[in-house]
Write a protein that binds this ligand. Structure first.
Ligand code: URA
Length: 271
């Protein structure tokens, strides 16, 4: 049998990082190829009422999170109690209903101007956002800044947040439960910022916030009313910048959408 290759811990970590494995989920590694692991996977475990008994190493011990339906109910009860964005941020810092909090480095609440008349909602923070604690600071954020600049905006004129304020491990898609748990908080955030125009980036944001059923190709560029509970504001879905990085051909359409936003904002300012 050939000798195993001489791989250092550093090489192995570099390999993990390249393949997107960048956070530990339990104290002990699990060999999912072993016979025992295969047998364990075939024996369905009883669904626990409380998850996250195993907090990630080197993080403060997480409190057990309630089951998703309890967490959704608690988020719906808590979020409307925030009277200001600072109170909402403080509520989220204390909220233990979403498992993503225990794998993320920090809360990514918002960036930009809380008095802005233009608000943008993305999906969830990625690695760079998790490190800096600000939304859209990585590659897709750089493209978003360029798109905004092309229509005369920068972060002093926009307020930017995400549906999910904690990074999903390995940048996986947030689960429907995680989205439902976080939704009351972003809805309250929109209500507190009270913009004149709301833009949802990508399908997950437009489906969750604007409740649009179709894909982004069909829904983008059209105006909708978003009811904050206190008033209706103009809302539009457009492409997520991460998608535009992969499909630059659609940048032209995104630019059209942002020009329509600029026009709508100039009309509301003129009134
Ligand atoms: N993608 C998002 O949806 N939000 C971010 O903050 C970064 C990337």
């Amino acid at each position: 049998m050939p000798a195993p290759p001489d791989i250092s811990a550093r090489d192995l970590l570099a390999f993990y990082a390249e393949t997107g494995v960048d956070c530990a989920l339990s104290d002990e590694p699990v060999n999912r190829l072993s016979d025992k692991a295969a047998a364990d996977e075939q024996t369905p475990a009883k669904p626990p009422l409380f998850r996250n008994a195993n907090p990630a190493p080197s993080r403060p011990a997480a409190k057990p999170e309630p089951a998703p339906d309890l967490a959704i109910a608690s988020a719906r009860e808590l979020a409307p109690q925030a009277k200001s964005l600072d109170e909402l941020r403080a509520l989220l810092e204390k909220f233990d209903g979403c498992a993503l909090k225990s794998t993320a480095t920090r809360l990514v609440f918002a960036d930009g101007n809380p008095q802005a008349k233009f608000m943008i909602v993305g999906e969830a923070p990625g690695r760079d956002e998790d490190i800096e604690g600000l939304p859209f600071v990585g590659a897709s954020g750089k493209l978003l800044d360029l798109i905004l600049a092309a229509v005369g905006f920068d972060r002093s004129k926009v307020y930017i947040a995400n549906i999910i304020p904690w990074r999903p491990p390995g940048n996986r898609d947030p689960s429907p439960q995680e989205t439902q748990i976080c939704l009351p908080f972003i809805r309250r955030q929109i209500e507190l910022v009270d913009p004149d125009v709301l833009v949802c980036l990508g399908k997950p944001s437009s489906q969750a916030v604007l409740e649009l059923k179709d894909g982004i190709m069909k829904t983008r560029g059209k105006w909708h009313d978003y009811d904050t509970g206190t008033r209706k504001i103009r809302a539009m879905a457009t492409f997520h910048p991460a998608y535009l990085l992969r499909q630059p051909i659609y940048k032209r359409l995104a630019w059209q959408d942002f020009r329509a936003v600029r026009k709508a904002l100039s009309q509301t300012n003129a009134n």
